[in-house]
Design a protein around this ligand. Structure first.
Ligand code: TRP
Length: 456
């Protein structure tokens, strides 16, 4: 089995595919939305700290597990620790992939609607208030968003059944650099709007009094979400790496590119938010109600808008592919089904859940779980609980069950490439990451508060 597993074609292919997996709506849509609902720059600061000090070590650890075992998320733990419950990390991951894909496809569907509205000319010419109203009318519609969700899952499904190397690699190679370029253009337009400065201050000047436990948890969730960590996505990808992929370098590249894209997205969104008097804490709709205003201020707005939403949809697609692949690879290898059958099972299941997520912007708006709509609740459960938990357990697994020599041999490609600061990495993976994630959890639950008040 292991011998005939497909691998990514080239060095660039590895990076592009992994960047494609990481960069998506998480940076462009979720990051501004989270930053806006968590008080601004303080969130950015914590998010960047978590990315470097927790995200990076967790990413390298997942790369290790994936390439060392050459197996899917569940299979890898079964292979490395047969007969133990460690494979539950994998099950947590499969479930998370499935849940994330369901609401992620809904938002991806929104990008298709915006492609469509740009094409038929109905999007532009109204102004901030109307863009909000227009979005709300669309997202609360019982049919349209579900139609686009179905289209999007269909696209993902098509790439998945057409094969790993061809599908994923080809898609990533063309689109990612282009998206990057257009983000830069949008940033320039946004920061030259009247009163853009307020947005930059909001984004970059931290007000530490805003740092609450829920801001910290949100930043942790965001770091894991945008880097695709904690659910075995990167385990599955790394299982397709070749034996001479430099995993430390790849992890750095993916992390830096991804963080850079998120910051660009912030620079694109917040100056415009303040310039047009939009509420930064508008929530999931923030990016969708802000951007049309910026496009309207560009010459040839139609063209920019069209290209942008197509590219955003593509960036989302390279991420949904990765999520779908995790679930499909599992179903296929564990139940010995054909790729086609496995993919159908995943697609249909995801669509059914996606319907509920989509309806939670309309007819199911009032149906809340702990104050969160279904969409928000699934997002909360996955990003803020399942992913950090999965990452924490993966680190504990590798830290306690894997011989350092084996770890080092794998990470240095049997001594052929250098792994810088190996013992620092081990320290962060084994102690810092699990402890920090544990502390954030306890803090959110109010346990720390309780303890400290008790001793005062
Ligand atoms: N990281 C992607 C984004 O930012 C989404 C994503 C893809 C993801 N695969 C994942 C999130 C695995 C968590 C886990 O858009």
């Amino acid at each position: 089995m292991a011998e005939n597993r497909v691998t990514f074609g080239s060095k660039l292919g590895v990076i592009l595919a992994t960047v494609g997996c990481a960069v998506g709506l998480g940076s462009v849509w979720r990051f501004p939305y989270m930053l806006g609902t968590n008080g601004g720059a303080a969130f950015l600061l914590v998010y960047i700290l978590f990315t470097i000090f927790l995200g990076l070590p967790v990413m390298i650890t997942e790369f290790f597990v994936g390439r060392h075992s050459r197996s899917n998320t569940v299979g890898s733990f079964k292979k490395l620790a047969p007969g133990t419950r460690w494979s539950w990390i994998g099950y947590n991951g499969i479930l998370a992939a499935f849940l994330i894909l369901s609401y992620y496809s809904v938002v991806s569907g929104w990008t298709l609607e915006y492609v469509w509205q740009t094409l038929n000319g109905s999007l532009y010419g109204s102004g901030a208030a109307d863009y909000t109203e227009g979005f709300e009318a669309f997202s609360s519609d019982p049919f349209r968003p579900i139609f686009w969700t179905a289209v999007f899952i269909g696209l993902t499904h098509f790439v998945i059944v057409s094969g790993v190397d061809k599908g994923i690699e080809r898609a990533s190679k063309v689109m990612m650099p282009l998206l990057f370029l257009i983000l830069v253009v949008m940033c320039v337009r946004s920061v030259t709007l009247p009163d853009a400065e307020a947005g930059l201050v909001y984004l970059f000047k931290p007000d530490l009094s805003k740092l609450t436990s829920s801001v910290v948890l949100s930043a942790l969730g965001q770091a894991f979400f945008t880097l695709s960590l904690g659910m075995g996505c990167l385990i599955t990808y790394a299982s397709y790496f070749s034996k001479d992929t430099n995993m430390q370098a790849t992890a750095w590249q993916v992390t830096l590119i991804n963080t850079f894209v998120a910051v660009l997205a912030g620079v694109m969104i917040f100056p415009a938010v303040f310039s047009f008097g939009i509420e930064p804490s508008a929530g999931a709709e923030l990016v969708f109600i802000t951007l049309p205003n910026v496009f309207e201020q560009l010459p040839l707005s139609f063209l920019w808008s069209l290209i942008f939403y197509i590219l955003l949809a593509m960036a989302a697609l390279t991420s949904t592919i990765s999520l779908h692949e995790v679930a499909t690879a599992y179903v296929l290898e564990e139940f010995h089904l054909s790729r086609r059958k496995a993919a159908w099972i995943v697609s249909i299941g995801v669509f059914l859940l996606g319907i509920v997520s989509s309806l939670s912007f309309g007819v199911l708006k009032e149906w809340t779980i702990g104050g969160l709509t279904f969409f928000e609740a699934v997002d909360y459960l996955t990003a803020k609980i399942m992913l950090p938990l999965g990452g924490m357990l993966t680190c504990i697994f590798v830290g306690t069950r894997i011989d350092k020599k084996v770890l080092k041999a794998e990470l240095t490609n049997q001594g052929t490439v250098k792994f810088y600061l190996f013992s620092t990495y081990v320290f962060f993976m084994k102690y810092v990451a699990p402890a920090a994630i544990g502390i954030v959890f306890l803090n959110e639950l109010g346990v720390l508060d309780f303890l400290f008040k008790g001793t005062r």
